[in-house]
Design a protein around this ligand. Structure first.
Ligand SMILES: Nc1ncnc2c1ncn2[C@@H]1O[C@H](COP(=O)(O)OP(=O)(O)O)[C@@H](O)[C@H]1O
Ligand SMILES: [Mg+2]
Length: 244
């Protein structure tokens, strides 16, 4: 089986300002990485180093300017809308810091929606099971507004699990949670990557969280400046200090 993600020399810049003040900000300056099946990879680095942009580019939510990104063997850079749509639908799950649930839908409907849009609808029992698996058994009918942040993020995890993606991206998934809920959500992400077929890439500023990963990439100024194996929070703190 091949790599889940192979990225080579990915570059991305944003234009800012107007007229004579117009500047290009180079956010990703040649990022290369690979993610293997069954791996959990953490990305850490200073604020503004390009972590979110990298995750958006790898997942096809944002278009990279140049380089190559293959997700499950499918090219993402400069891919057609149709091809990108299929890659995302068939292979990718994404968890945001702010949960991104649809407020007018119940927890069960939020979980069921992506599978329904993909033409692979879940049964009521399957929706119940996946909610049960994140500790939300019997909460199908709850609305996001009636749930705590931790509960909403667990619905977001259930929504990802329901579509059985090969790769789950999570951008600061515990950034808005207290430490207990944060640990639970991270444990769920870790268990996704314990499946030898599945991979997780998580951006986090929480070094305890990063220490759950099999590999940690340190990003600085749009480049991977260091790669570490499974590391303690203390080792990561030291590496970040050297990168700063
Ligand atoms: N849509 C955008 N337009 C202009 N600049 C952006 C945009 N998105 C991100 N940036 C800039 O790119 C840099 C990296 O941002 P980001 O990827 O969010 O970093 P991180 O997640 O590591 O904090 C920042 O300087 C940010 O201002
Ligand atoms: Mg970010």
């Amino acid at each position: 089986m091949g790599s889940t993600i192979v990225a080579h020399e990915v570059e991305k810049s944003f234009g800012t300002g107007r007229g004579s003040k117009r500047r290009a900000v180079d956010v990703l300056r040649g990022v290369s990485l690979a993610v293997e099946p069954g791996e959990m990879v953490s990305i850490v680095g200073p604020s503004g180093s390009g972590k979110s942009t990298l995750l958006y580019c790898l997942s096809g939510l944002e278009a990279a300017d140049s380089g190559s990104i293959e997700v499950m063997g499918r090219q993402v850079v400069k891919a057609s809308r149709d091809s990108l749509f299929k890659t995302r639908r068939d292979h990718v799950g994404f968890i945001f810091q702010s949960y991104n649930l649809i407020p007018s839908l119940s927890a069960g409907e939020n979980v069921a929606l992506p599978a329904r849009l993909a033409g692979r609808p879940l049964t009521r029992a399957q929706v119940g099971e996946v909610l049960e698996s994140v500790g939300l058994g019997g909460r199908e009918k709850s609305r996001p507004a009636d749930m705590s942040g931790g509960e909403q993020q667990r619905v977001a995890v259930a929504r990802v699990l329901a579509s059985s993606p090969d790769i789950v991206f999570a951008d600061e998934p515990t950034g808005a949670l207290d430490s207990k809920n944060g640990r639970e959500v991270l444990g769920m992400l870790r268990r996704i990557a314990d499946d030898p077929q599945r991979s997780v890439v998580v951006v986090t500023h929480d070094l305890e969280a990063a220490s759950l990963a099999d590999r940690v990439l340190v990003l600085k100024d749009g480049r991977v400046v260091r790669e570490m194996g499974c590391s303690t929070a203390g080792q990561l703190l030291e590496a970040l200090g050297e990168a700063a």
